[in-house]
Ligand binder design. Sequence first.
Ligand SMILES: NC(=O)c1ccc[n+]([C@@H]2O[C@H](COP(=O)([O-])OP(=O)(O)OC[C@H]3O[C@@H](n4cnc5c(N)ncnc54)[C@H](OP(=O)(O)O)[C@@H]3O)[C@@H](O)[C@H]2O)c1
Length: 251
Amino acid sequence: MEVGPHVSLFSVGDEVFGDLSGVGFGGFAEYVVADETVIIKKPESISIVQAAALPMASVTALQALHKIPGTVEGKKIMILGSSGGVGTYLLQLAHVEKVQVTTVCSGKNVSLMNQLGATHTIDYTKDALDIFGSDYDQIFAVHGNHSLSSLRKLLKPGGSIIVVGGSVSRLIKALILAPVFSLTKKTVQTLAAKPVLKDLLFVTTLVEQGLIQPYIEATYLFSELPHALELCRGGHAKGKLVITMNELNRE
Ligand SMILES: NC(=O)c1ccc[n+]([C@@H]2O[C@H](COP(=O)([O-])OP(=O)(O)OC[C@H]3O[C@@H](n4cnc5c(N)ncnc54)[C@H](OP(=O)(O)O)[C@@H]3O)[C@@H](O)[C@H]2O)c1
């Protein structure tokens, strides 16, 4: 490991982590060059595997939760796709901020949702989306393909849908229909998360304080990368999957 001549924040031997998406990626490499402005020191209390599971998903979740300005405390929200990488952070961050959360996932993930702080959980394979009411302040469409019109019916007047991910056609409709939605006093917005260092520092502090935790379904060796990517592509990973370069870091 080396540091460049203009690096002032880090020294050789520091354990660092961050989101490399803005500097050419490289997260699956053994060595990578990164600008010092996109990485932070790994706290000792957080393992390398946990640190690897933090950057993009947790920051996306934080920015989604605060997409609509104003306090979220006491609000009632729904998260569709709550058991994946972004969803598990979004649920925990909302729980920390005393938000009432209805999560939506398949039956096998219901107990995890309860464990991470969900108020209610809907099994999308058998339950209707309105079993816990149609008075949501915000609905986060993180995964899946429920239509915007079906989600709109679950909002209270003044409520918002925040499209984070899921089907591309829903994302495109959200962009096109935003002006039409606002005429009905309900809004739809899309999120384009950015790798903001202060947001990563914020969620890292919450992990250090034990208020949230990266939920990691499994750790794979670099040689198992194709299998792990196939699982991700399948759309049913639970929390995060982490790749390690050697057996020592496997958890
Ligand atoms: N807007 C941005 O800036 C931004 C940033 C990062 C990621 N994203 C996008 O956000 C989305 C989520 O990312 P991720 O990393 O969290 O994905 P992920 O980890 O692959 O999500 C997997 C989870 O999605 C759930 N899921 C699948 N189909 C579902 C459905 N029909 N209804 C409800 N849940 C369903 C699965 O739960 P079950 O197994 O229980 O079905 C699984 O636990 C992706 O589309 C990604 O591209 C957007």
